[in-house]
Every structure is written in structure tokens, then in C-alpha cells.
Ligand binder design. Structure first.
Ligand code: LLP
Length: 414
């Protein structure tokens, strides 16, 4: 059941009218529902009931401190990809011992910070990274917990930009190189082999590729065990898709079922790294119509949010539902909903049937994941505010950026 519903002719987030959010905090504004976050997390928790499993929320999807704090309170772990994300998780009250650190380019400083914090595991993505981590940990007199992110060469059948487990991808280590890498790791004094992982892609709707990848990981786990290298955990990554338009997105239990079947009876601890499926449909981007431009060929609704606020349409041609907050009952027109940024690619939606007036509020749906997290200041546009709704309460969880915030880090030549 969606938490974004029409009541008395106005779209609400839980018990709060979105018009009230706009009146109080202005637009553009990201709006999140605490209940939706709770429900999405509960779906994973229930699907994993009775298993030794840890959900490590992929911070990159939405790294607002309030969002991280919500998941930390639920007992979640975190999947991070930078020192910045590490600092965010710690600041939000996350448990360092439940952090996995992914990413192809970890710097020495980032490794040191993660070792000092005492994270659960480094997901290594190359032989060179193994050598560097061994050296950095040695200098600190520590042993770094490691897993290799193995590339199972499974086709996740999703957008090519977000397919990450193919042979051609920059991510992970090739399947055939995994055994030699673990042998090398065993010989190094400052790393401790803990597990194995993969992440095959994002916005996956078919559960079969994930199960196939898990099976390939298990074959490696068994081959390593035969050599006396025992792994404590298997990390199956994230990737479960959500409904943006008319996709049949699976429930967490249905998505995970085939993978859990493959893993049945295994003693290894299970880690998961979901991002989008925990936050995507828990958020929307609230924006206001500035102008309507009716042309011979096309009609444009120019709104106050743009590609710098929500890059997914421009970047991936991604489709987000666009709903009027207070619909009129007149005749609809076909609009391209566009932002004020000076790029033809600056659109939030093409060809939408809407009945609009200047000043109307629109909700760009399913924007909780990779929305604010990928926003920028392009065209010197201060970034949007973020508001968390909890029942009838609104919490400002990130104030709107001021122009001064942007200028603060810059200096003119003297
Ligand atoms: N683990 C790793 C190592 C990842 O690289 C990712 C996402 C995840 C977990 C979380 O995947 P999810 O459950 O969210 O699918 N900006 C793109 C998505 C990029 C995903 C990158 N990696 C978008 O807006 O669709």
C-alpha cells in the first residue's frame, strides 16, 4: 500500500498534504515517508526471518543522515563506497562493525579510516587493491577483514549503465582469477579472509540472475574450502528493482526466494546490499510549475526542479511518474515537463497528459533512490530541501542550500 495517496483532492505523504510541505519548506523539495522506509526494511527482514543474514543498506542510494539513522535504528548494516559515506554512517549512529566497503578505487586514506573505525569487511575489487590494503593495514599494525567482489558474468537483463556483473565491467575481479587471489591473500600477513561477494546490477526485476550468481559464488566457496580457505560470509549485493511505471517489481520475499533456495543449508552468514528497493518508492520530488509554454508542436511545463535535482531522466532516460498534487477536473494537455537548466536533456518527463495551471504543484514519484544523492549545483542551483514525514509530522532533514553555501568553498584571485 502506497503511503502517497489522494485525500480530499490533495496528494498526501502519510497524513500530510504535500501542499502543506511546499507552503512550509518551499520547492523543489524531496519528501520521504518514514513508514515507507520502515515497510521496505520490514519486507527484507521478514523475507530473511530465521536466517543468519544482515541487510547492509547501500548508502549511495540516499545518504541523508536521517535516512541512515532510521536504518541504523532498525539494526541495519551499511554498504559504503567512500570515506565520505563511512563518515556519514558513523555520524548517523551506524555500527562500524556492520559496514562493508565496496568500490574499485579505495584510497589509502579511506582504507586507514575504515580500519580505524573497525568495519566488518573490505570488498576488494582488484589484485592491486589487495596489496595496498595489506600494506596500509600492516603500517597500522592491523589485519584487514576482506572479501573479493567476484564478477560472476551473469546477465542481469537491466539498463547497460547499471549492469555491473558482466565480464566487460570495471567492477569486481574476474571469476577465473578469484582462486589465485584468495591464495595470494592467504599468504599476506595483514589481511584476514572473511568472505566473498558479488553485485550484478541494479533495478533487477527477474530474480533468476541473482540466484545464478549466488550459485556461482557457492562453487567458489566450496573450491576454497577444499584448499583449506574457509569463508564466513557470502554477500549477494543489492539490485532488486522497484516499480517506476508499470514494471512488475517483485516483493522482497519473491525476489529473494530463488537465491535463498540456492543458499539453503549453508552455514555461511549472508549479507545483502539493497539500496533502491529500500528507499526508491519512499520518496518523491515536489516541484512547482513556473510557466506553461504552449507551442505548435509541443507544450512545455517549465517547473522549478531540474536535472541537477533529479538526474535520472536525463542520464538514463528513466521514467518517473509525475502526479499533480491537487488535480483540476479540466481537459488534459500533453506536456514535456522540463526544468530551467540550459540543456535540452533537462527534463523530468516527456509527453505527460496533465491539466496544469501556473503555480501548480507536481510530485515526481519514486525519487527516493539516486535522486538527491546524485544532485548537483549545475547552473548554480542550490540543492533542494529534504523533508521526512512521520504520520502527521514534517521534519526538515536537510535545509535548502543557500547561495552562500555554494560560494563558501571558492575564492577569487587576490
Ligand atoms: N552494492 C553495490 C556494490 C553497488 O554498486 C550498488 C549500486 C548497490 C549495492 C545497490 O544497488 P541497488 O539495490 O540500489 O540496485 N544511479 C543508478 C543506480 C546505480 C547503482 C550503482 N550501484 C540509478 O539511478 O538507477
Amino acid at each position: 500500500m502506497s503511503v502517497f495517496v489522494m485525500k480530499d483532492g490533495v496528494l498526501h505523504a502519510e497524513d500530510v498534504a504535500l501542499s502543506a510541505v511546499a507552503a512550509r519548506f518551499g520547492t523543489p523539495c524531496y519528501v520521504y515517508s518514514l513508514k515507507a522506509l520502515r515497510d521496505a526494511y520490514a519486507a527484507y527482514r521478514d523475507a530473511l526471518a530465521g536466517r543468519d543474514a544482515l541487510v547492509c543498506y547501500a548508502v549511495k542510494a540516499n545518504s541523508n543522515l536521517a535516512v541512515l539513522n532510521v536504518f541504523a535504528r532498525f539494526g541495519a548494516g551499511f554498504d559504503i563506497v567512500s570515506g565520505g559515506e563511512l563518515a556519514r554512517v558513523l555520524k548517523a549512529g551506524g555500527d562500524a562493525g556492520k559496514i562493508v566497503f565496496s568500490g574499485v578505487g579505495k584510497t589509502r586514506d579511506e582504507m586507514r579510516a575504515a580500519l580505524a573505525a573497525g568495519i566488518h569487511c573490505f570488498n576488494l575489487e582488484s589484485a592491486a587493491e589487495l596489496e595496498r590494503l595489506n600494506e596500509v593495514a600492516g603500517a597500522l599494525g592491523k589485519r584487514a577483514p576482506i572479501a573479493f567482489r567476484v564478477n560472476p558474468d551473469v546477465d542481469p537483463k537491466t539498463h547497460p549503465y547499471i549492469s555491473t556483473g558482466l565480464k566487460t565491467s570495471k567492477f569486481g575481479v574476474p571469476y577465473a582469477e578469484a582462486l589465485p587471489l584468495y591464495r595470494r591473500a592467504r599468504s599476506l600477513p595483514h589481511v584476514e579472509i572473511c568472505g566473498i561477494g558479488c553485485h550484478i546490477g541494479s533495478q533487477l526485476l527477474d530474480p533468476a540472475p541473482a540466484a545464478e550468481a549466488a550459485g556461482k559464488l557457492l562453487a567458489l566457496v566450496d573450491a576454497l574450502a577444499a584448499e583449506g580457505i574457509a569463508l564466513k560470509h557470502i554477500d549477494i549485493g543489492g539490485g532488486m528493482g522497484i516499480t517506476y511505471r508499470d514494471e512488475q517489481a517483485p516483493a522482497a520475499a519473491d525476489y529473494l526466494a530463488p537465491t535463498l533456495k540456492v543458499l539453503a543449508g549453508r552455514k555461511e552468514h549472508l549479507l545483502l546490499e539493497p539500496g533502491r528497493s529500500l528507499v526508491g518508492n519512499a520518496g518523491l520530488l515536489l516541484t512547482r510549475v513556473e510557466f506553461l509554454k504552449h507551442g505548435e508542436e509541443k507544450n512545455f511545463a517549465v517547473v522549478d526542479a531540474a536535472m541537477n535535482d533529479l538526474a535520472r531522466p536525463a542520464l538514463y532516460d528513466a521514467w518517473h511518474d509525475i502526479r499533480p498534487v491537487a488535480p483540476h477536473d479540466g481537459a488534459a494537455c500533453i506536456y514535456d515537463v522540463v526544468g530551467p537548466v540550459c540543456e535540452s536533456g533537462d527534463f523530468l518527463g516527456h509527453g505527460r497528459e496533465l491539466d496544469l495551471r501556473e503555480g501548480d504543484l507536481l510530485a515526481v514519484m519514486s525519487a527516493g533512490a539516486y535522486g538527491m544523492a546524485m544532485s548537483s549545483n549545475y547552473n548554480t542551483r542550490p540543492r533542494a530541501a529534504e523533508v521526512m514525514i512521520d504520520g502527521a509530522q514534517m521534519h526538515l532533514v536537510r535545509r535548502r542550500e543557500a547561495l552562500e553555501d555554494l560560494f563558501d568553498t571558492e575564492t577569487a584571485l587576490s
